[in-house]
Design a protein around this ligand. Structure first.
Ligand code: ATP
Ligand code: MG
Length: 244
């Protein structure tokens, strides 16, 4: 069963055609790693999926509805599709646990103790329960990102989107965050992860999609990632990683 199905998705910024007829189906429980050079359209694709950007045409079928139809309740849709950003985007005026509960309390009218119970479960899962009452400004980047993941999980999402979740982190924190994402993969969470961590993608993803100039040019089985690819842009991109 598909969790999301994208057909002929196009998006321009002015005269810059950034997404060119993107087709993408993600099965429930599948983990997709999205890789590619800077400016290839990876973030724009993710942002179109959860309607942070409005695609120009095509369709995005999610929960049997086309997200590009005018009848979509964006707020409700976002409750089931979480997004984790490179820059964490925590609410700096709130402590850790309030960061996790605020969305449920505001958008689902949930009672504080019920929301906190779930937040405690997910903060424990990301190893951040000890910091539940800490101000979010006192955390390291890796700690902030783990809280951001717990916050996303608190909404009980059916699909999680990650846009370079470890790119802003120091090397020591990267692995902590990758371990959390790997756990989620093992628990069957459906995820699309934009990442430059190729070894992580090889280890955790079911498929690795390579994007270039607004097109998904290769759909790669992880075990084949370091083999020769028919599109030379993939080889050039990956050579960097092989040369380590
Ligand atoms: N809000 C915007 N307004 C105008 N142009 C934009 C906007 N967002 C993205 N673009 C353009 O769309 C193209 C794709 O950008 P996008 O951020 O999706 O690339 P990316 O693959 O995520 O790159 P990176 O690896 O650097 O994050 C680029 O040419 C970029 O300049
Ligand atoms: Mg990007």
């Amino acid at each position: 069963m598909n969790i999301i199905e994208v057909k002929n998705l196009n998006k321009s910024f002015g005269s810059n055609l950034v997404l060119k007829d993107i087709n993408l189906s993600v099965e429930k429980g599948e983990v997709i790693a999205l890789i590619g050079s800077s400016g290839s359209g990876k973030s724009t694709l993710l942002r179109c999926l959860n309607l942070l950007e409005k695609a120009d045409h095509g369709s995005i079928i999610y929960h049997k509805k086309n997200l590009l139809s005018n009848k979509i309740n964006i707020e409700k849709m976002r409750q089931s599709m979480g997004m984790v950003f490179q820059s964490f985007n925590l609410f700096e005026n709130l402590n850790v646990i309030d960061n996790c509960t605020i969305a449920c309390r505001l958008t689902k009218n949930e009672k504080k103790d019920k929301a906190e119970k779930r937040a405690i479960k997910y903060l424990k899962q990301v190893n951040m329960l000890d910091y539940a009452k800490a101000s979010s400004t006192t955390l390291s980047g890796g700690q902030k990102q783990r809280v951001a993941i717990a916050r996303a999980l608190c909404m009980n999402p059916d699909l999680l989107l990650f846009d370079e979740p470890t790119s802003a982190l120091d090397p020591e924190s990267v692995q902590d965050v990758l371990d959390v994402i790997k756990d989620l993969a093992e628990q069957g969470m459906s995820m699309i992860i934009v990442t430059h961590e190729i070894l992580f993608a090889k280890d955790v993803a079911d498929r690795i999609l390579f994007m270039a100039d607004g097109v998904i040019v290769e759909d790669i089985k992880p075990e084949n990632i370091f083999k020769e690819h028919s599109d030379d842009r993939v080889n050039t991109f990956l050579k960097r990683y092989n040369s380590f």
